[in-house]
Design a protein. Structure first.
Lengths: 64, 155
């Protein structure tokens, strides 16, 4: 699953650590999601999309 | 801005802040210290009767809070780390089976000391390395049934 997490995070000027703190996960998890090495669970994906105030399909691309 | 895939000192500090709880570390530490002490003491042939039994039973009982602490600490991990731990456990489980059955083959070929000989009243041939290989499989089977029932409640 491709995602725009890195792009959306940088738009807000957040570090990976900032985003990790906001989602209560480790920075390594953010790194792994951004690089596409780890697909988040649905609850975490929804938490990410809520944080960016976007529908989930605007953050994660299920067709990739 | 930290963008590295490697764990930095800040990452370790953040993880420790998120996960470290004395109530989870302490039971494992106590269990390990008592276990090491028990192994030391039980080698003394003059230790007999109730004290000997206690040095066998107490570490076994202390495993219960240690197990609880491991499970609780696992729940504190985030989902990526839980996934990594899970995959690592799967690989380790397969290698454990390979190791035990390799010992069973070696046992058949050249003879090896068995894990559970005389003291429990089992003759040597009753519980060898081949049978030991089935123990983790039974553990897996019980865990599988428990997890499946949790996900798919029985009618």
């Amino acid at each position: 699953v491709n995602n725009r997490v890195r792009e959306l995070r940088l738009e807000r000027g957040w570090t990976q650590g900032d985003l990790a703190d906001r989602l209560d996960v480790s920075r390594q998890t953010i790194y792994a999601i951004e690089t596409g090495r780890f697909d988040p669970s649905l609850p975490l994906a929804f938490a990410v999309s809520r944080l960016f105030k976007l529908p989930i399909e605007k953050v994660f691309d299920p067709d990739a | 801005v930290v963008e590295s895939e490697h764990m930095t000192a800040d990452d370790f500090r953040a993880d420790a802040k998120r996960h470290f709880r004395w109530k989870y570390v302490l039971p494992s530490g106590v269990w390990m210290i008592v276990l090491l002490q028990a192994i030391e003491r039980l080698q003394d042939p003059t230790l007999v009767g109730t004290p000997r039994t206690l040095w066998i039973v107490v570490p076994a009982l202390l495993f219960i809070p240690a197990y609880w602490a491991w499970a609780a600490a696992e729940r504190l991990q985030d989902e990526m780390n839980r996934a990594i731990n899970g995959r690592a456990a799967i690989v380790a489980f397969r290698f454990t089976l390979f190791w035990l059955f390799a010992l069973a083959l070696l046992d058949a070929a050249v003879g090896l000391p068995h894990m559970v000989p005389g003291p429990f009243g089992l003759p040597d041939e009753t519980f060898g390395w081949f049978e030991a290989g089935f123990v983790p499989m039974f553990f897996w089977m019980f865990a599988w049934i428990r997890e499946r029932r949790r996900v798919l409640p029985q009618p």
